[in-house]
Design a binder for this molecule. Structure first.
Ligand SMILES: C[S@@+](CC[C@H](N)C(=O)[O-])C[C@H]1O[C@@H](n2cnc3c(N)ncnc32)[C@H](O)[C@@H]1O
Length: 291
């Protein structure tokens, strides 16, 4: 679903003759798609070990003369010409945690023509108040199998770990398929949004207020993103049941909070600020106030 949507967006945005700049080409699949969509030339930038792989991919697909694989970080490279279209799949589990805003801003300043089309054109980060089943959470942190394995390795008894209460304030990754253990207690709130096209606008701080709609033991926020790749083509990791197929490539992070019993109608607020540096790149403070 993920790559299909990205390719659909590339087909919709790339016009014959365009120069395309892709940041983080990985295997190079999207660069090939850009050539197939009519790009005159693609600059496929890749800092990781996959750059030689991407080069082989271009040869194998007969597009090596139309794609230049550029090894290095996008902010450290320069290109012989500016692009009409920007493409990047540097979208992390928490949306902004692969640095898309800085990458897109730097590319817009140095590597793209003014008004270049951007894929994605908009990225939003959202949160849901949830109750994650306590026994399931404990197993996410310390699995009995791991405790048994460590005991064998080190000759030390680790079996108490999976039975301890979960410490709050830490962030865990949850795969969408683990979401059955997670009960949503109220509507989503918007945490941050970056629009790259047609206008440039980023809101990386917010203090949304919302109301819980279900009673439960509130102990986490589940984080997901929505990326608008092109008008009508959206990638979303919204974990709530919906008719649409979900991309299986991303996990949805859980921020653990001190557990508290909550009631429908209770209001709550997050102070959210995106902090691009540091290991925990996002900070959330949440408090439920009785109405
Ligand atoms: C999610 S992967 C892209 C996957 C690709 N679309 C594919 O299907 O193979 C992101 C890639 O971006 C690269 N990357 C991240 N930030 C970068 C930057 N600023 N400059 C160049 N490469 C970057 C990483 O090394 C990684 O290979």
């Amino acid at each position: 679903v993920r790559t299909q949507r990205l390719i659909a967006a590339i087909s919709a945005e790339v016009q014959p003759g365009d120069v395309v700049v892709e940041v983080g080409t990985g295997t190079g699949v999207l660069a090939v798609a850009a050539v197939q969509a009519g790009a005159r030339h693609v600059y496929a930038i890749e800092a990781g070990a996959l750059a030689p792989v991407a080069r082989e991919m271009m040869r194998a697909n007969g597009v090596a003369d139309r794609v230049t694989v550029v090894e290095g970080w996008s902010h450290a490279v320069s290109l012989p010409e500016r692009g009409d279209v920007f493409v990047s799949e540097t979208i992390g589990n928490a949306g902004f945690d692969e640095n898309l805003v800085a990458i897109a801003r730097d590319a817009a300043e140095r590597l793209l023509k003014p008004g270049a089309r951007m894929i994605p054109r908009r990225l939003s980060l959202r949160a849901l108040p949830v109750e994650a089943a306590a026994d399931w959470l404990a197993h996410q942190l310390f699995r009995p199998e791991s405790a048994a394995r460590w005991a064998e390795w080190y000759g030390i008894d680790f079996s108490v770990l999976p039975t301890l209460p979960v410490a709050s304030g830490s962030r865990r990754l949850v795969l969408p398929r683990g979401a059955e253990a997670v009960k949503v207690l109220g509507p989503m709130v918007d945490l941050a949004e970056a629009e790259f096209y047609p206008t440039w606008h980023t809101t990386m701080e917010s203090a949304p207020v919302a109301e819980l709609t279900l009673a439960g033991e509130w102990n986490a926020l589940q984080i997901f993103f929505e990326a608008e790749l092109s008008p009508g083509i959206v990638l979303s990791t919204d974990p709530r049941p919906a008719a649409e197929e979900k991309p299986d490539h991303w996990a949805t992070p859980l921020w653990l909070l001190p557990a508290q019993a909550v009631q429908p109608g209770q209001r709550w607020q997050i102070d959210f600020a995106w902090a691009p540096r540091g290991r925990h790149k996002l900070t959330v403070r949440a408090a439920a106030a009785t109405s």
